[in-house]
Design a binder for this molecule. Structure first.
Ligand code: IVH
Length: 573
């Protein structure tokens, strides 16, 4: 097998898995177009090296919390951009059924997909889509979402749709990036009064049992009669009409966020005949609006260091506004991208953003425009001559934090200085105390840095020193954090010393072990001792863990002795 292609496949699969996880939490890290391009590349590689078992192409999303299986898999929709993709969809349908069937066009609501199950004519449970196979149970939360009737005249029926928030309601929220992101955050909140205080709504758009109706619009009218809201719909007899309808939609006139239109064949018999492919039905198609774009200049390229030393270049740009949002920074994703596209300070680039998605670089227009007013950061001033010289490579040689020589690792560059690199240490300590890990309050990045600089905390296990220091009335913690924060932190550490094994394993910050993997390991091992014992053995076999993860854990527990000290300070519950 082609080793290079396999390595590229692994890299891309890892990236996609990361994006899927974040997306499931309402935080898209990458534009739809770039995401599609990654998936396309994965598919191209699989066409050469063969289908891969754990391929992200086989799944639809990602889940991390306690999940409940869906009775029927929740699929996604095939999609494209603008009118051209409508023509492609019509061609596909024509090839399959040799005719141009009547279509229904609806808003593609940019919300959170949920499934509502009715049993004995009563609402039974409500699940989020999750990975399409299992979702999170939000039955309790659904009481506070308007548009979900408690009863249904059809028995054993599953209604699907989108939970969303209007732009007006979004304006009243705090700290969320977009209506979709707000909906995702609010819907998972365990505090019912918090959900009740936001006006989440549900719009129904699909169902799992076709046999009760002849036409899709019959189902829509049935749902409306039952008390559901549905989106406006348009009926189209042919391709031209569908394109005309799509072009006539002005999303700015609609009170809730939409990112395109969905075309559905109206005749449910044809739908049933066409059926589904691996991830989506063949009878429906989402046509999305092209992202909005605008040009600007790169003013600086910031090299951000990750927990494990990976350097991510981030372009700081001359601030511009796209679709009402000011953009100052844009990720360049990885060093290979920086190298290949040869991004430099002064380059003119086109940025784009679509709906909820974070901005991204669409293309580079020109290289280093004359006369642009560079922002002069400290580094720029120091290196002004070299940075602005035409010959300089845009790649850094040394870690911006500890000045260790960087090495290439696949598509990225890495600082291999580990705990000796202050930035990596700080990030790992931050991870240890973060909400999904030890969940310690009072220790934000600034306070951690203060304690680090005063040699109080060097490794995550050192946070437990705070308990003794506060108990012994050592003035240092209070002086550094302030009396109130010091007391809060002390209490928070005490309260969280009793912790679930999966959270503790996650807190350790083992490379390649995210929250879901930590849970798999904890479910298998049950105790910390068993965890250490399992991964000290030569052969480790745990369902769901591949060789890369297993090797990563094995070397971690032989190298990171501090974890045993940390373990002495906690109790697993
Ligand atoms: S029909 C097999 N209709 O878009 C799925 N979906 O990107 C059939 N969506 O998961 C879905 N508006 O949650 C349909 N009017 C609409 C929609 C819609 C938004 C969501 C849906 C789906 C996602 C795919």
């Amino acid at each position: 097998m082609n080793k290079e292609l396999l390595n590229e496949w692994k890299q891309i699969a890892k990236q996609i898995n990361k994006y899927d996880k974040k997306y499931a939490h309402g935080i898209p890290l990458i534009s739809d177009i770039s995401y599609d391009a990654l998936k396309q590349r994965l598919e191209d590689i699989e066409n050469i090296i063969g289908k891969q078992k754990n391929s992200p192409l086989n799944k639809i999303g990602e889940v991390e919390e306690e999940t409940v299986p869906h009775e029927n898999q929740m699929l996604s929709l095939d999609h494209g951009y603008e009118s051209e993709s409508i023509s492609k969809f019509y061609k596909k349908i024509h090839n399959a059924i040799k005719s141009e069937p009547e279509m229904v066009l609806e808003h593609k609501i940019d919300g959170i997909a949920v499934s509502i199950r009715y049993k004995n004519n009563k609402l039974n449970y409500v699940l989020t889509r999750g990975d399409g196979f299992e979702g999170i149970d939000i039955t309790k939360q659904s009481e506070y979402i308007s548009g979900i009737p408690k009863t249904l005249s059809l028995d054993n029926f599953e209604v699907r749709g989108e939970v969303f928030m209007t732009f007006k309601d979004f304006e009243k929220t705090n700290g969320f990036k977009s209506p979709r992101n707000a909906t995702a955050g609010i819907i998972r909140n365990k505090e019912m009064s918090f959900i009740a205080s936001h006006n989440l709504q549900f719009i129904a758009h699909s169902f799992t049992n076709f046999s009760k109706f002849n036409k899709y619009i019959d189902m829509i009218h049935f749902l409306r009669n039952e008390g559901f809201k549905t989106s406006d719909y348009f009926i189209s007899q042919d391709e031209n009409k569908s394109i005309q309808i799509f072009k006539s939609i002005n999303r700015d006139e609609i009170s809730y966020p939409i990112d395109g239109m969905v075309l559905k064949i109206n005749d449910l018999k044809i739908c049933e005949e066409l059926g589904n492919h691996r991830t989506a039905p063949r009878y429906a198609f989402a046509v999305k609006f092209a992202p909005k774009s605008s040009s600007t200049f790169i003013e600086n390229i910031d090299m951000q260091i990750g927990k494990f030393g990976t350097i991510t270049p981030v372009a700081e740009v001359k601030p511009i506004e796209i679709d009402g949002v000011e953009i100052k920074k844009v990720s360049i994703h990885n060093m290979l991208e920086l190298k290949n596209k040869n991004y430099n300070i002064g380059d003119e680039i086109i940025l784009a953003r679509a709906g909820d998605v974070i901005p991204y670089i669409l293309e580079k227009v020109s290289h280093k425009m004359e006369g642009i007013n560079h922002k002069e950061g400290k580094e720029d001033k120091k290196n002004k001559d070299t940075i602005n010289s035409d010959n300089i490579s845009n790649l850094p040689e040394y870690c911006p934090c500890c000045e260790t020589k960087l090495i290439w690792d696949s598509v990225t560059m890495k600082c291999t200085n580990g705990w000796k690199c202050k930035k990596q240490s700080l990030l790992r300590i931050e991870h240890f105390v973060s909400r999904k890990a030890m969940n310690i309050s009072g220790l934000g990045s600034k306070n951690i840095e203060k304690l680090f600089e005063h040699q109080i905390i060097q490794k995550p296990n050192d946070i437990f020193k705070i308990i003794d220091l506060v108990l012994n009335n050592d003035g240092m913690i209070k002086k550094l954090l302030g009396t109130k924060v010091a007391t809060n932190t002390y209490e928070s550490i005490k309260a969280n010393q009793n912790i679930a094994l999966n959270k503790f394993i996650y807190a350790l910050c083992i490379p390649n072990v995210g929250y879901g993997t930590a849970k798999t390991i904890a479910d298998h091992c049950k105790t910390f001792d068993e965890f250490i014992k399992t991964f000290s053995d030569k052969e480790v076999e745990i369902k769901g863990l591949g060789p890369v993860i297993i090797e990563s854990i094995k070397s971690f527990i032989t190298e990171e002795m501090w974890i045993f000290d940390a373990y002495q300070n906690i109790q697993i519950n």
